[in-house]
Write a protein that binds this ligand. Structure first.
Ligand SMILES: *[C@@H]1O[C@H](CO)[C@@H](O)[C@H](O)[C@H]1NC(C)=O
Ligand SMILES: *[C@@H]1O[C@H](CO)[C@@H](O)[C@H](O)[C@H]1NC(C)=O
Length: 463
């Protein structure tokens, strides 16, 4: 008489049809058509009613727990066979059962190995997921669609204390309306992202509206956040704003954060000791740096002590309309801050209108080093510094323009580039980079906007 023990496992459909209560094991004995006796051990899945589940790990755990039950049943069965009681199976069947037990053990070991392999794969997948999340985060920094809504403007509460329109001093600074149309190519350069520190500018995102000025004095101006605030009273959340329209521009508005800024509620208005010329001011380490009206004098004003800390003439600098940006506005001297410190972007009589870049000592305002470029200042609309490189904007009015030059102070060389840039409101009077926020700040025809930027690996050499 031959006895064959067949073990049925993993075939959930059969399991579930044989056994209804989960977690229970049973033994079924039947003869097949050839007259041989079949022993069938079945264990129901503790979790699943059918095989439709897709969680491999859960399934594997289920199989393992079922196997444990099966082992218990088999050993119980062997014990019963040894005692020769209750089961009706003789001791001579022991060999076959032992074989079945060995097979179960072998299969359990195989499953355990599979499970370990699966665990490793899960670990690997989790690592990949973390990487993808990081990538998604970096992609989010260059949004494809304009994320900001104009809801702020719709629900705007008109503040009592936002920059008031002083009807007596409505004189405009010089403005020009020549438009340098430069067609924007569609190519966005490829490159590796560098989310920390420096890199080359690869692309500029859509303008995101932060605030719209509500009076004529807000046609153009300067708004900033300090990339490196030193104290606790003013932080990297504080927003600073100067409306630059008027004969005697001396008010510096401080807002607690971008939210208060977008609502138009300043926390403080500081009165500057000297009037401001144009939109070239910058904020760095708790000081406002600006050009004194109708002069080449630079002023460092501490917003903490609320007093003038240093003043110094910028040697040979042109001023008051001699070498402004293309839009005019007495933008002869533009101050900028980046990872490497404080810079002045201007021209001199000697340079004949070509842009001169000087690195300044932020304490004394003295020139540490200067570079002369071949970029005619009046041909570009604005400029900013990023990682020791000067970038220029081709047009202040074209809705689709480009960043068209880069000059690297590390190598003393420049080249033309073509990075698409949008002047959504068609009169961009200020452009500054904030390296802490990793954004460009601009003042575009009453609209204070930010742009996300994408930076990439520093390329070697330039032409
Ligand atoms: C602003 O300052 C806080 C606290 O000092 C810091 O955690 C945060 O990263 C800063 N944010 C930026 C954009 O610099
Ligand atoms: C990112 O910038 C840092 C700081 O300049 C630099 O050390 C690093 O090599 C850059 N990484 C890449 C991928 O370009």
């Amino acid at each position: 008489m031959s006895l064959q023990v067949s073990l049925v496992y993993l075939t959930c459909l059969i399991l579930s049809s044989r056994s209804s209560a989960p977690g229970r094991a049973s033994l079924h004995r039947s003869s097949d058509s050839a007259g041989r006796c079949h022993y069938t051990f079945t264990v129901a899945s503790p979790e699943e009613s059918s095989c439709s589940g897709s969680n491999v790990k859960q399934e594997m755990d289920g199989v393992l727990s079922r196997l444990a039950l099966l082992e218990a049943l088999v050993s119980q069965f062997i014990k019963g066979a040894d005692g020769g009681a209750g089961t009706g199976v003789g001791a001579n069947h022991e060999e076959g059962l032992q074989e079945a037990y060995t097979q179960v053990t072998r299969e359990r070991n195989q499953l355990q190995q599979d499970k370990e392999h699966q665990d490793r794969q899960i670990g690997e997948l989790q690592r990949r997921l973390a990487e993808l999340n990081k990538e998604a985060e970096s992609l989010r920094q260059t949004p494809c669609l304009q994320a900001h809504t104009s809801g702020g403007a719709q629900h705007e509460i008109k503040p009592a204390s936002d920059p008031p329109y002083s009807s007596g001093s409505g004189a405009y600074q010089e403005m020009k309306a020549e438009v340098t149309e430069v067609s924007a190519p569609h190519l966005i350069p490829e490159g590796n992202h560098n989310l920390t520190g420096c890199g080359e500018l690869l692309s500029v995102g859509e303008p995101v509206l932060q605030r719209k000025a509500d009076s004529i004095t807000g046609k153009y101006g300067v708004w900033l956040q300090d990339p490196e605030p030193q104290g606790t009273y003013y932080t990297n959340k504080t927003v600073w704003r100067i409306d630059a329209v008027g004969k005697d521009v001396r008010q510096l508005f401080a807002y607690e954060d971008t939210d208060q800024f977008s609502r138009g509620f300043p926390m403080k208005v500081l009165l500057l000791p000297e009037p401001v010329e144009s939109t070239g001011a910058t904020m760095y380490r708790d000081s406002l740096y600006y050009q004194r009206k109708h002069s080449r004098t630079l002023i460092r004003y501490s917003v903490v002590s609320e007093s003038l800390v240093s003043r110094l003439d910028l040697p040979q600098a042109s001023y008051h309309g001699q070498h402004p940006y293309s839009w005019g506005g007495y933008t002869d001297i533009d101050l900028a801050v980046d990872q490497q410190g404080l810079w002045a972007i201007y021209s001199t009589h000697k340079a004949k209108g070509a842009i001169v870049i000087s690195q300044l000592d932020p304490d004394t305002l003295e020139v540490k080093k200067s570079w002369e470029t071949h970029i005619r200042k009046h041909t570009v609309a604005n400029a900013f510094m990023l990682c020791g490189r000067l970038y220029t904007l081709a047009s202040y009015a074209a809705p689709h323009t480009t960043i068209n030059h880069v000059f690297d102070t590390a190598t003393g060389t420049g080249r033309t580039v073509s990075i698409p840039f949008k002047n959504k409101y068609r009169y961009n009077s200020m452009l500054d980079y904030n390296h802490a926020q990793r954004k460009l700040y601009a003042w575009d025809n009453f609209h204070m906007v930010t742009y996300d930027v994408r930076l990439g690996r520093t390329s070697i050499g330039s032409s």
